[in-house]
Design a protein around this ligand. Structure first.
Ligand SMILES: C[S@@+](CC[C@H](N)C(=O)[O-])C[C@H]1O[C@@H](n2cnc3c(N)ncnc32)[C@H](O)[C@@H]1O
Length: 245
């Protein structure tokens, strides 16, 4: 079994039912409401993937830079920008080493982009973003709530199957209490070929987040439920807002 984290073309393929234009509209609106920023603000879309948020935010008048290490996702993002006639910057780089990409009023780590690497690399990603925010600039970090995830999995232990025609993705979840990580054993059967990966997503508790963010030069400001809902212990997803010192 290979241990890796990237959201690759195959993950994109099985997520197409979720990655709709309407979902992207909703996510962009949710992120903007949480960040409370106005057009003209500079946004770093960290791990922008196929650009579904970056392109929409740029179309609304934000000055957006999308960064991603995956060339295939960036190709999709550039094509989406071209198709919409929108001009924005895309940078093909790891978030840990983004080079001279400028300074930002706000940053996004959206759609569980943070947390699949080891602890030191995850910390470097946050530091790298924090140093590119103006003092008081905010990071919106869309992740999962470890308490809600454990409670849900205790009631719904069965693997989750996603189908695309004859192809299928089977996610078997377990929560590792020692590392506070959600393990996903992801098996994919596509075009008659089967492969498996083990994804390990770091899901700190809120007090642990306060510490992780502090070490990166950020202060936890607020915690939100998803899609405008209130954050509760049962929330599956959550969005943290952290401010740069
Ligand atoms: C789950 S996708 C989310 C994409 C986008 N944020 C969205 O909302 O659709 C995660 C993306 O982040 C990128 N990514 C994750 N960790 C990264 C890192 N350390 N450096 C650069 N890109 C990263 C992956 O290549 C992938 O395209």
């Amino acid at each position: 079994m290979v241990h890796e984290a990237a959201f690759t073309e195959i993950d994109h393929y099985f997520h197409q039912g979720y990655l709709t234009a309407q979902q992207a509209e909703n996510d962009a609106a949710e992120a903007l409401a949480i960040l409370g920023i106005s057009p003209g603000a500079r946004i770093l879309d960290a791990g922008c993937g196929d650009g579904r948020l970056a392109v929409r935010l740029a179309a609304l008048g934000f000055r957006v830079t999308g960064v991603d290490r995956d060339a295939a996702q960036l190709e999709r993002a550039r094509a989406a920008a071209d198709q919409s006639g929108i001009s924005l910057a895309f940078v093909n780089a790891p978030l840990e080493e983004m080079g001279d990409i400028g300074i930002f009023d706000a940053a996004l780590l959206w759609f569980t982009t943070w947390g699949f690497s080891d602890d030191s690399r995850n910390a470097r990603v946050l530091r790298s973003i924090a140093t590119r925010l103006v003092p008081g600039g905010s990071l919106a970090l869309d992740t999962l709530n470890p308490i809600g995830v454990q409670s849900y999995l205790s009631k719904h232990p069965a693997p989750v199957v996603t189908r695309q025609g004859e192809d299928e993705q089977i996610d078997a979840y377990s929560f590792d209490l020692v590392s506070s990580r959600l393990w996903t054993n992801r098996t994919v059967r596509k075009d008659g070929v089967e492969s498996s990966r083990l994804l390990k997503l770091s899901l700190p508790t809120i007090p642990q987040w306060e510490q992780v963010l502090k070490e990166a030069g950020l202060i936890l400001d607020s915690v939100h439920g998803k899609e405008g809902s209130e954050f509760t212990p049962d929330s599956w997803g959550m969005v943290l807002v952290a401010r740069a010192l």
